[in-house]
Design a protein around this ligand. Sequence first.
Ligand SMILES: C[S@@+](CC[C@H](N)C(=O)[O-])C[C@H]1O[C@@H](n2cnc3c(N)ncnc32)[C@H](O)[C@@H]1O
Length: 337
Amino acid sequence: MGASTDPLVATSARYRAFAEVEARGMSACYEGWAAGVADDPGIVALIDRLPAVKRQPNLVFSAARLHGAAVGEYPVFADWLREHWAAVAATCLTHATQTNEPGRCAVLLPALAALAGPLALIEVGASAGLCLHPDRYSYRYRIADSDGERMLHPFDGPSPVVLECTVSGPVSLPERMPEIVWRAGIDLGPLDVQSDENMAWLDALIWPEHDDRRSRLQAAVAVAREQPVEIVRGDLNDEIAALVARAPAGATVVVFHTAVLAYLNEPDRHRFAAQMAELPVRWLSNEGQSVVPGVLERLAETPAPSHSLPASAFILALDGEPIALTQPHGRSLHWLG
Ligand SMILES: C[S@@+](CC[C@H](N)C(=O)[O-])C[C@H]1O[C@@H](n2cnc3c(N)ncnc32)[C@H](O)[C@@H]1O
């Protein structure tokens, strides 16, 4: 957990850390807003009326944008926030940060396609389930340091969702889509793709300048609306065994997750890893570096030089063994061989 999401860290310091570590280089607007909040005791006092777990910059800013806060300079935002605080606070209390990024399918797909099919997919921490449709999107894989690229389409032709990803390392890109015969998810608070209100929240969670992600989200929602997938409401540790038991016989069951285990405490991460070792599944994780028990330690034993590991990179691991480094939104994939 970073300082900006740690409820034990004082609000001003959380916003400072968010500005300097998470937003810098990613969103000039959020960097400005977060730095402004950090130096503004009046706004900090407003935010401190929320329970500590609800003071995260990403939650407060997304709630503000849902209610119409315009992208721009901090002083204008601060005035707006004072005026609309009641509505923003109510949204913070009833919503959570659960960004659903279909772009992450681009880094999952080569690993899925390399498994013996047909596949039964289970995503834990699925949010609205947009990563449960990897075979229904098109992909443009650009080969790093060359002009080469590889397009990959669903069995029934090109998808309106085209995910772009730059690949490096000894990657072997799939020739065809994996065959996925069954899919389901688990989430503490599933979002319903059929609900315009839920989808407006997913849109608000995307950072202001990331327009490519916003249009991709809309296209992916349209795909997902045509093919509803069940997402069980509950804790992943409590629900996983029962869901695995429901998968069809004869399929390889793949349990996967991306940007989820950071939300669990240490004992619950270990409990989940132990279940993955015991259940008859393949386990594909795509998480921050120190999140999945044992993965970072095993990475140190691979040929990948540690200095090539940007702090923000996720580690893609199959059955606990690191296989690739990935950009957190799926924009790039470095295969470890
Ligand atoms: C950041 S979102 C990622 C969503 C999706 N995996 C993706 O990559 O687009 C994290 C999701 O994990 C869910 N989550 C967090 N802790 C959970 C738990 N203990 N059990 C089930 N879901 C959980 C949250 O509700 C949220 O929807």
